[in-house]
Design a protein around this ligand. Structure first.
Ligand SMILES: CC(C)(COP(=O)(O)OP(=O)(O)OC[C@H]1O[C@@H](n2cnc3c(N)ncnc32)[C@H](O)[C@@H]1OP(=O)(O)O)[C@@H](O)C(=O)NCCC(=O)NCCS
Length: 143
């Protein structure tokens, strides 16, 4: 958890609270909310150290997935790890018959935008001032 928080704080100007990660971990990586929705986290380790993580939400009634967080430790980047985590999530969504997946990203975050676009995500909308200091681009993909 300490390593996840270290990566989180190094990646994002407004980091998620420790309690959010702790809550997911305490429930073995999946927090269910009602019958339809789950919040899931996967942590990727390399040589016994946390190298990155991804958090996503599933809604089996709306048949929608939503990627909420993705981060790779600085010295583990550009080695295909981001793509591997993304691929893992999209496979999971397909396996549970989810039809579509979306996410928000800072407009200036070109590494992430390139990753999503290289994976087939399409820019579908823009939310002005979503991050207060910056707009968000919404990407989506049909599965
Ligand atoms: C975005 C991030 C998750 C990418 O992780 P990664 O492990 O480096 O990504 P990969 O090695 O799998 O790269 C896959 C593709 O993404 C794109 N990409 C990744 N980093 C890039 C960079 N610095 N500049 C341009 N394109 C980049 C490329 O298209 C790359 O394919 P290529 O290596 O064949 O050119 C990582 O940079 C990160 O953690 N950033 C900080 C947190 C963040 O912004 N998260 C996303 C929030 S929406």
């Amino acid at each position: 958890m300490t390593e996840v928080m270290r990566i989180e704080r190094s990646c994002f100007p407004v980091a998620w609270e420790y309690s959010i990660f702790l809550n997911i971990c305490l429930q073995n990586g999946e927090v269910k909310s009602g019958e339809a929705r789950s919040l899931i986290m996967d942590v990727f380790e390399n040589s016994g150290r946390v190298a990155g993580y991804i958090v996503w939400e599933t809604d089996i009634v709306r048949k929608e997935g939503h990627i909420l967080n993705l981060a790779i430790r600085q010295d583990e980047r550009r080695m295909g790890n981001g793509r591997r985590l993304l691929s893992h999530v999209l496979d999971h969504l397909r396996n549970i018959q989810i039809n579509t997946c979306f996410l928000e990203v800072r407009e200036s975050n070109f590494p992430a935008r390139n990753l999503y676009e290289s994976y087939g995500f399409i820019e579908s909308d823009k939310i002005p001032s979503y991050y207060f200091d910056e707009d968000a681009i919404i990407y989506s993909i049909d599965l």
